[in-house]
Ligand binder design. Structure first.
Ligand SMILES: Cc1ncc(COP(=O)(O)O)c(C=O)c1O
Length: 382
C-alpha cells in the first residue's frame, strides 16, 4: 500500500510516540496538583506551550490554549471570540473554501442572528483580496476567518495581506493553520493574526490534540464550563501525554523545513509524470502558492471515487477531502468555489505526500496509477 493521503492524517512519528509513552509512564500527575507529581506534569504542558508559542513567534506562551484538535480550536475561535463581542458588528467573514469546522460554526452564528459573508477565491483557489476589501468597506466585520492553506488544493492564502485588512477595518483575524503549521512558516506578528488553529494529526502527532493561539487581550469566552485550566478558556484536565506528543511533533517540524523542500521536488516530479502519462489530466489550484506536499488533479473522464475504489488496497488517495468523503457525493465546496467544471469535481483526486514518501514510491505511483486508469477506462467501456 502506498499512502499518499497525509492531508487526511499522518502516522505518529516514532519521536512523538516516544514522548507520549515517556509521559504516560513517568508523568501521570494532574498538572493542577501542587505536589511534585502534578508539577512534573505541569512542566510538560508549560514546555509544550513555549515550543508552540516560539514557532508562531507569539509574544507569550500564555497565548496557547490546548484543545482536542483543530475542529474544537476552530469552534472555540469563532464562537468564543464572537461571544465576547457586543454591539452592532454582528458580521463575520469567512473564506468560501474553509474547512467544515469553520463553515459550520459560522452557520451556527447565522442561526444566532449574525450576518455571515463568504469571501470568494479566484479560479486558482487563492482568496480574492479586492473582494474581501469591498466586503469590509461595505459592512464592518467583527471577525475574519481565512485558512492558511487549503486542505484539498493545498493553496496558500495571502494571510499577511488579510491581516493588514483586518487591522485597517478593526476586525479580529482567525487563521486555520491545521494544514500549514510545520510545513511552511507561520508568524502571527507578520500576519497580524489574533487567533490561530493547530492540528496535531496533520503533523505526526495523534488525532484528538490541537491548539488555539489567542493573542493577549483578545476576549474569548469558553465553550465548555468547568475549572480554570487553560486560564478558563478550555477547562478540563489537560491531556498531558498528547500535549507532550504535540510538542515533540512541533520540534520535529521545526527541523524539517529542508525535508519539505525535498517533498516538494518529489511532488513536482509526480505531477510532471502524471501529466505526461494521462492526457487531459487537469491540475487545480495555484502552483506557486501551494503547500510543498499537495497535488490536486482531476481525471479527464470518469469518476475519481469509482477509480479509487479499484485501487483501494494498493493506494491511499482521497477523492476531494477525506473528512467529508463519507457523506454523500455532492461536489466539494472548494471545487464549487473555484468554478470547477462538473468533470473537474467528479474526477478530483487529492494526492498528499509526507516526509517519508520516497523516490521509490513516487516511481511506483507513476508506474501503476496511469496503467490502472487505462484499465478503469477500458472496463467502463464494456
Ligand atoms: C484545514 C483543516 N481544518 C480543520 C481540520 C479538522 O481537524 P481535526 O480533525 O483535528 O478536528 C482539518 C482536518 O481535515 C483541516 O484540514
Amino acid at each position: 500500500m502506498i499512502y499518499l493521503d497525509y492531508n487526511a492524517t499522518t502516522p505518529v512519528h516514532p519521536e512523538v510516540r516516544a514522548a507520549i509513552v515517556a509521559a504516560l509512564e513517568n508523568t501521570f500527575g494532574n498538572p493542577s496538583s501542587s505536589h511534585a507529581a502534578g508539577q512534573a506534569a505541569k512542566a510538560i504542558v508549560d514546555e509544550a506551550r513555549v515550543v508552540l508559542a516560539s514557532m508562531l513567534n507569539a509574544n507569550s506562551s500564555t497565548e496557547i490554549v490546548f484543545t482536542g484538535g483543530a475542529t474544537e480550536a476552530n469552534n472555540l475561535a469563532l464562537l468564543g471570540a464572537t461571544a465576547h463581542i457586543e454591539g452592532e458588528r454582528r458580521h463575520i467573514i469567512v473564506s468560501a473554501i474553509e474547512h467544515p469546522s469553520v463553515i459550520a460554526p459560522a452557520r451556527e452564528l447565522a442561526q444566532r442572528g449574525w450576518t455571515v459573508s463568504f469571501a470568494p477565491v479566484a479560479t486558482d483557489g487563492v482568496l480574492d483580496l479586492e473582494a474581501l476589501r469591498a466586503m469590509l468597506a461595505q459592512t464592518p466585520a467583527a471577525l475574519i476567518s481565512v485558512m492558511h492553506a487549503n486542505n484539498e488544493l493545498g493553496t496558500i492564502q495571502p494571510i499577511a495581506e488579510v491581516g493588514k485588512l483586518a487591522r485597517q477595518f478593526g476586525a479580529l483575524f482567525h487563521v486555520d493553520a491545521a494544514q500549514s503549521f510545520g510545513k511552511i512558516a507561520v508568524d502571527v506578528q507578520l500576519a497580524n493574526v489574533d487567533l490561530l488553529t493547530i492540528a496535531g494529526h496533520k503533523m505526526y502527532a495523534p488525532k484528538g490534540i490541537g491548539a488555539l493561539f489567542v493573542r493577549e487581550g483578545v476576549g474569548l469566552r469558553a465553550r465548555v464550563f468547568g475549572a480554570d485550566q487553560e486560564a478558563g478558556r478550555r477547562p478540563g484536565t489537560e491531556n498531558v501525554a498528547y500535549i507532550a506528543g504535540l510538542s515533540a511533533a512541533a520540534g520535529l517540524m521545526r527541523r524539517s523545513i529542508d525535508a519539505w523542500r525535498d517533498t516538494a521536488a518529489r511532488r513536482d516530479r509526480l505531477q510532471q509524470g502524471l501529466l505526461e502519462s494521462i492526457p487531459g489530466l487537469c491540475v487545480s489550484g495555484s502552483q506557486e502558492q501551494r503547500l510543498p506536499n499537495t497535488l490536486h488533479i482531476s481525471l479527464p473522464t470518469g469518476s475519481a471515487r469509482e477509480f479509487l475504489a479499484t485501487l483501494k488496497d494498493d493506494f491511499a488517495l482521497s477523492p476531494g477531502a477525506a473528512c467529508h468523503s463519507g457523506v454523500g457525493h455532492e461536489p466539494s465546496g472548494v471545487m464549487l468555489a473555484i468554478g470547477a467544471t462538473a468533470q473537474q469535481s467528479v474526477g478530483a483526486i487529492r494526492i498528499s505526500l509526507g516526509l517519508e514518501t520516497s523516490d521509490e514510491e513516487v516511481a511506483a505511483t507513476l508506474h501503476h496509477l496511469p496503467a490502472a486508469y487505462s484499465r478503469y477506462l477500458a472496463a467502463r467501456e464494456h
